[in-house]
Design a protein around this ligand. Structure first.
Ligand code: MG
Length: 381
């Protein structure tokens, strides 16, 4: 028996709809169709070879953007189901939330943003929207995946005011300081819960983090204590997994009960009231939020800024910079399709149109393709 959706949930029958006219499907609701379009997209498949923290070729055991996105979706669905909101929409947003990421994770994005400084910059969230709205080529009569407004609203997590002004209704909330629907709020926090926990797992596995050091974080140490009390002689691997699954369960449970309290105090009667109510409804308790932030800070200092991660980040930055300069100076290095795309846009009113095509091309690369392309280009000059 499926629970009835809460009144404040997104409802497939009342979607704000798609940009292009589109017939319905017999067996799937609008958000299930969005999810399926995302899974079938080429950008989604390429997440398999894009860095989360560790570059893909550093080992087969580490998270990639693809497995990260699946973990986010799984956490998001649990929360959505517990709160009686739209699980299909939550899943669609979670699976799509990182589609716009460049190769090499944040280092790649920072490098591409620096390259694009004089051409409108590069934001990975905005790139996710470009992919689903324009860059995927799967339909005869329109560009992109033609997703519903609610899925697109959830994908666009952050946006600068300048870029928001170009996005019409989708960008309006960044100008009016409104929130997205509950499902988008869930996807946002499910992302944080997923990466904080799986980055600990990957960091410990890689030997960049140590269990004893992590005990300086309250949330880690309290779950460490409860596991050790029950099983004092556990192997490192089992200890790690027992702690992490407890932390995820703790964070998700706290989030669900706190969000229920928030929803009960605001009592939104529909998704528009969620957007306009002026507060974030999906949140952890203050005490848990403090612990979660402490963990996040710990990871920033001890994992993301770790020498080994930084060495790879520097190589990534060099690679993206090299590719950008090479394509700008010599567009004949690009694929035929990209060169055609450039000639079609040469006389565009948008003075950055050609540079944006180059940025799209680089952003779409997997880690290994970017490395091999840089090697090919370096060998050619
Ligand atoms: Mg993410």
């Amino acid at each position: 028996m499926v629970n009835e959706l809460a009144v404040y949930a997104a409802n497939s029958n009342n979607t704000k709809g798609r940009v292009h006219q589109d017939d319905g499907a017999a067996y799937r609701n609008q958000y299930q169709r969005d999810r399926d379009r995302i899974i079938h997209s080429s950008a989604f498949r390429r997440l398999e070879y894009k860095t989360q923290v560790f570059v893909n070729h550093e080992g087969d055991m580490f998270r990639t953007r693809l497995t990260h996105s699946i973990e986010v979706a799984q956490i998001g669905r649990t929360i959505a189901r517990a709160l009686n909101v739209n699980e299909d929409l939550t899943e669609a947003i979670c699976l799509a939330h990182d589609l716009g990421h460049t190769p090499f994770g944040h280092a790649g994005q920072d490098a591409l943003n620096a390259c694009m400084r004089d051409y409108g910059g590069f934001e990975h969230n905005l790139q996710s929207i470009r992919i689903v709205d324009q860059l995927e080529k799967r339909y005869a009569s329109f560009p992109g995946l033609n997703l519903t407004f609610e899925t697109r609203e959830g994908i666009l997590k952050h946006c600068s005011r300048i870029n928001a002004q170009t996005l019409g209704e989708l960008g309006a909330r960044f100008i009016n300081n409104e929130r997205p629907g509950v499902e988008a709020q869930i996807a946002n926090i499910a992302d944080e819960i997923a990466y904080n926990n799986h980055d600990i797992d990957d960091g410990l596995r890689a030997g960049l983090l140590e269990i004893d050091d992590l005990r300086s974080c309250e949330i880690f140490s309290s779950h460490y204590d409860s596991v050790i009390k029950k099983w004092p002689d556990l192997s490192d691997s089992r200890l790690r997994h027992e702690i992490i699954r407890r932390m995820i369960n703790f964070l998700v449970s706290d989030l669900i009960t706190t969000s229920e309290e928030m929803i009960n105090s605001v009592r939104p009667i529909d998704i528009d009231e969620v957007r306009k109510c002026g507060v974030t409804l999906i949140k952890m308790s203050d005490a848990t939020d403090v612990m979660h932030k402490e963990l996040k800070k710990y990871l920033r200092i001890n994992l993301y800024q770790h020498e080994r991660v930084q060495t790879m980040a520097n190589r990534a930055k060099e690679t993206v910079g090299l590719l950008f300069d090479a394509y700008m100076n010599n567009p004949s290095l690009l694929t035929n399709e990209t060169q055609h795309n450039i000639s079609r846009n040469k006389d565009s009113d948008d003075k950055n149109a050609v540079t944006r095509i180059i940025a799209d091309y680089i952003a779409g690369m997997t880690d290994r393709f970017a490395f091999s392309e840089a090697e090919r280009i370096s060998g050619a000059v």
